[in-house]
Design a protein around this ligand. Structure first.
Ligand code: MTE
Ligand code: HPA
Ligand code: MOS
Length: 774
């Protein structure tokens, strides 16, 4: 036995350690390769897309001759050139890659120009002449409801008897609220590079959350079997849902261009085109009518929601379903009706965005809760607590899933104390009494977010683990890396399974040729599912090594222990690498796949009932703001967050997700405004007009804590919880803090729309002014 190995310090567990992102050193030195950084193949051509300039029209004809004749242009690709299906819709075939005789939004792709340079392609696409016969355009969800224009049928979920409960309620408030959409504003825009391979195969590098779907849709469009298409994504420079379904459009255009020309082709959207051509978060208009008792308890509630889906279904079905599943947030709604309209508008087809409809549903219920408190003259905190789900009773959601893991009371108690909420509320009242122009406000809001894809079949994942003869490991799984830290988390899990240093694990790109049929990395379940699949793959190899060692050293399997980069075999200790070497020499297979499917879930979409979610993630935030009532500007002064990640796989990554999610949510609710003109042209298609939060918008005092000693009661990977999306909705506290700052005795419940831009705040102040003057 090697004495130096025995006395070496014990290897610290990787799972649960606050390790930096595996690519942090590459990110900060500019060495991380994104798709556009890959070495460009010889004879690469560049693609630009010719887009519709009108919102709704029959197309009489398309003349691309001037495009073809432009300098540098090699070829043009139109719908007629598509050998397979002209569709990139993920669920329904209503998303043409190139429009043919009908255009349905400004920015819809009609053709591609393929040229020797990006500039040449971009200049050329403007030279096409398209003969539009304009049709009436529907540009907002309410007009769509009026005209009965929907991408999918409206859905209703009813529990209890909301009508009777509302009629009998001693108090009642109704209101229409509006909440805006949001552009994903990933730093890396959409991009794909397609490279023809031998014997008609095709390799596609795509910035996508869903390589499998890109593979399938490229195969369909180019008329190939799936096994002739390989899709690879090492990392994305952010995705936030924007690359769940719509990366396929970009990849299909690159692939079709490559097939048409026989050259490698790259399509990289510039920021404006990306914002105009690809979908965003759905904006919603929600009418609610809530009945409640004198303590603020909700007796009955009715929601009617209309969302802007844009011109096609895309993921709007599941997005709106999740909005219906989320309009309880953390509250028990005994008698409830939710009517959901999926509006077809002549605007870009909206898609996934962090929270996936959840934020919009929660926006509605939190507004209602605030209205109840303000109607009764109570602190909204009290009304929130009054309506929380119970632990043993009042614990069944409107879709009939029992909430078994409720920790919202504990989170509230802890956060109210640690944030000095009560004291600060009094300080704020005192401050406001003495301040005419600057007004402060504070709010605490909860989050309860269901974890799993609501479409049960998507809750599956695969992994592939190779152990090489020198004891090093290559790790692959179906998940994609978009900055969220999935790859380091899964590597930590594999490191612990083998009890080796994380430095011995090489993380590799998502690749459809390694793990097939993977679901999108979405619904926050990337680590839950791929972590479990990778653990299973590694466990298979570990079991083979154990079996081999028992035989080779003639000891019982129970006497074999992996630890500290070595393996104790009875009285002997060998290094992990030595054991691997011996096992290889004995012809033990050192590669394995792992597969995981989320247990317990089942859900009947026809009745909107069952257990769509494996478990819930919880959190709460307190935000204090100051509003300048002359300019309408606001600043966050202090933010306190307590978030539930179960037993965190990596607290450094998770705190980053909580901070980033919160700030992105604040952007959605306060500064990021999408604006279309009366012709359906998006006016806000660049950072000059579309305001995402910057570092200077962060509260100077920003405190984020994860709940401690709080294992997931469900058997998830190391009892952790998903963290990607839930924290975004913590930002509702910022919105309601602004509303709190605007409120006065005469105007306790101001009419504030989201995003609460300075204009929206001034409008709310104006409406209040009329009441204040009375
Ligand atoms: N974090 C970063 N840095 N970049 C992203 O694009 N996407 C979010 C979230 N956090 C995103 C992110 C979204 S929409 C989801 S669904 C999850 O990450 C997906 O990753 P996970 O399932 O591994 O958490
Ligand atoms: N969340 C995120 N993405 C999805 C979902 C979901 O529930 N369903 C389909 N894609
Ligand atoms: Mo996230 S919206 O589920 O990609």
């Amino acid at each position: 036995m090697d004495a130096s190995l025995k006395s070496a310090p014990k290897r610290a567990a990787a799972v649960g350690a606050a390790l930096p992102h595996d690519s942090a050193h590459l990110h900060v030195t500019g060495q991380a390769s994104y798709t556009d950084d890959l070495p460009e193949p010889r004879d690469l051509l560049h693609v630009a897309v010719g887009m519709s300039t009108v919102a709704h029209a029959n197309v009489g004809g398309i003349d691309v001759t001037p495009v073809r004749d432009a300098p540098g242009v090699v070829d043009v690709c139109l719908a007629a050139d598509i050998p397979g299906a002209n569709n990139f819709g993920p669920i329904i075939d209503d998303d043409p890659i190139f429009a043919t005789d009908l255009v349905q939004f400004v920015g819809q792709p009609i053709f591609a120009a393929i040229a020797t340079s990006v500039d040449a392609a971009r200049k050329a696409v403007r030279l096409a002449s398209v003969d539009y016969e304009e049709l009436e355009a529907i540009l907002d969800p309410l007009s769509a409801v009026e005209k009965g224009s929907f991408v999918l049928p409206s859905e209703t979920l009813v529990r209890g008897d909301p009508e009777a409960a509302l009629a009998a309620a001693p108090n009642r408030v109704s209101r229409r609220v509006e909440v805006g959409g949001q552009d994903q504003f990933y730093l890396e825009g959409h991009i794909a590079m397609a490279i023809p391979q031998e014997d008609k195969c095709l390799l596609v590098y795509s910035s996508t959350q869903h390589p499998d779907e890109v593979q399938m849709l490229v195969a369909h469009a180019t008329h190939r079997p799936a096994n002739d298409v390989t899709v690879i994504c090492r990392r994305m420079g952010g995705a936030f849902g924007g690359k769940e379904s719509q990366a396929a459009l970009i990849a299909c255009i690159a692939a079709l261009s490559a097939d048409k020309t026989g050259h490698p082709c790259k399509l990289r959207l510039d920021r404006d085109d990306d914002m105009i051509m690809t979908g965003k978060r759905h904006d919603f208009v929600i009418d609610y009518d809530v009945g409640f008792d004198d303590t603020g308890r909700i007796l009955g509630i009715d929601f009617e929601m209309a969302s802007r889906c844009g011109m096609s279904a895309d993921l709007s079905g599941p997005v709106n379903d999740r909005a219906m599943f989320s309009c309880d947030n953390a509250y028990f709604l005994e008698n409830v009706r939710i009517l959901s309209h999926r509006c077809k508008t002549n605007t870009v087809s909206n898609t996934a965005f962090r929270g996936f409809g959840g934020p919009q549903g929660m926006f509605a219920i939190e507004y209602a809760i605030e209205d109840i408190a303000r109607a009764l003259g109570k602190d909204p905190l009290e009304v929130r607590r009054r309506n929380f789900y119970g632990k043993d009773e009042r614990n069944v959601t409107q879709y009939l899933q029992t909430v078994e893991d409720n920790v919202i009371d504990e989170i509230f108690d802890q956060l109210v104390a640690s944030s000095d909420y009560q004291e600060r509320r009094e300080d704020i009242s005192a401050f406001n009494a003495g301040s005419r122009i600057l007004k402060r406000g504070i709010s605490i809001t909860p989050v309860k977010f269901g974890i799993s894809f609501t479409n049960t079949l998507l809750n599956q994942a695969g992994a592939l683990v190779h152990v090489y003869k020198d004891g090093t490991v290559q790790l692959n799984h179906g998940g994609t890396e978009m900055g969220q830290g999935l790859y380091i988390k899964v590597a930590q899990i594999v490191a612990d399974e083998f009890q080796i240093d994380i430095g011995n694990i090489r993380i590799t790109a998502a690749d459809t040729s390694k793990v097939p049929n993977a679901s999108a990395t979405a619904a926050s379940s990337g680590a839950d599912m791929n972590g479990m699949a990778a653990k299973k793959a590694a466990a298979k190899i570990r079991a083979r090594l154990t079996e081999f060692a028992a035989k080779h050293f003639d000891v019982a399997e129970a006497d074999i222990e992996f630890g500290d980069n070595e393996v104790r075999v009875g009285d002997t200790t060998v290094s992990f690498a030595q054991l691997v070497q011996l096992a290889w020499a004995d012809r033990v297979p050192l590669s394995a796949t792992g597969f995981y499917k989320t247990p317990k879930i089942n859900y009947d979409r026809d009745t909107f009932s069952g257990q769509p979610f494996f478990y819930f993630a919880y959190g709460a935030a307190v935000t204090e703001v100051v509003v300048d009532t002359l300019s309408g500007e606001n600043r966050a002064l202090r933010v306190d967050i307590l978030h539930d990640c179960g037993d965190s796989l990596n607290p450094a990554i998770d705190i980053g997700q909580v901070e980033g999610g919160y700030v992105q949510g604040v952007g959605w609710l306060t500064s990021e405004e999408l604006w279309w003109n009366s012709r359906g042209e998006l006016g806000t298609h660049a950072p000059s007009t579309y305001k995402i939060p910057t570092c200077s918008d962060l509260a100077a005092d920003f405190r984020v804590e994860l709940m401690q000693s709080n294992p997931n009661p469900e058997d998830t990977i190391y009892r952790s919880k998903a963290v990607g999306e839930p924290p975004l909705m913590l930002a509702l506290s910022a919105f309601h803090a602004i509303r709190d700052a605007i409120a006065t005795d005469a105007c306790p419940a101001p009419e504030l729309r989201a995003p609460a831009t300075p204009e929206a705040i001034l409008d709310a102040l104006d409406t209040c002014q009329e009441l204040n003057d009375e």
